[in-house]
Ligand binder design. Structure first.
Ligand code: AMP
Length: 170
């Protein structure tokens, strides 16, 4: 199935020069969406994850159905101040300035296998920061899964050396 055809391109969003890959048009397509999750599940099941970690907010959209499909737990990584219990926190670089991601300290049972999931990998900054949170909690990172990869940004080079699944390349 041509999933790329179901993703809408929005030029100059959220700012001039960015070609935004809008996945809402994929989410609303019953067959395309089911195919996407089935295919991600097929490619990720060999890693035998016990937890899927997804980043706010589009990582939730892809990570939760994938977790149900693979029979794993789901752990949300959130923007600062959103999680109610004690958190690990990681600061990471943006194009201008820095941002921060948080995860509950008791979410990952140390030693368990973790797959990190998001919709798009661009520079890899978000995924790399999430990998640091997994490391802080003593989880064993077994891979990353993305719907789409912006290969011209080479975000892979910023990630730890584990398998990376992506269904579409731009
Ligand atoms: P990254 O630069 O890899 O840290 O990407 C940060 C986040 O921005 C990811 O979670 C992506 O969902 C989102 N993102 C970055 N670039 C795009 C794009 N061109 N279209 C859609 N989402 C994007």
């Amino acid at each position: 199935m041509d999933i790329k055809a179901l993703i809408r391109d929005i030029p100059d969003y959220p700012k001039p020069g960015i070609l935004f890959r809008d996945i809402t048009t994929l989410l609303r397509d019953p067959k395309g969406w089911q195919y996407t999750i089935n295919t991600l599940a097929e490619k990720c099941s060999p890693f035998a994850p016990e937890y899927i970690v997804g980043m706010e907010s589009r990582g939730f959209l892809f990570g939760t159905p994938l977790a149900v499909h693979l029979g794993t737990g789901f752990i949300p990584v959130r923007k600062p101040g959103k999680l109610p219990s004690a958190v690990y926190s990681v600061e990471y670089e943006l194009e201008y300035g820095t941002d921060r991601l948080e995860m509950h300290q008791d979410a990952i049972t140390p030693g368990s296998k973790v797959l990190i999931v998001d919709d798009v990998i661009a520079t890899g900054g978000t995924a790399a920061a999430t990998a640091q949170l997994v490391e802080q909690s003593g989880g064993e990172l077994v891979g990353f899964a993305f719907l789409a990869e912006l290969t011209f940004l080479n975000g892979r080079k910023n990630l730890p050396d584990v398998p990376i699944v992506s269904l579409i390349e731009y």
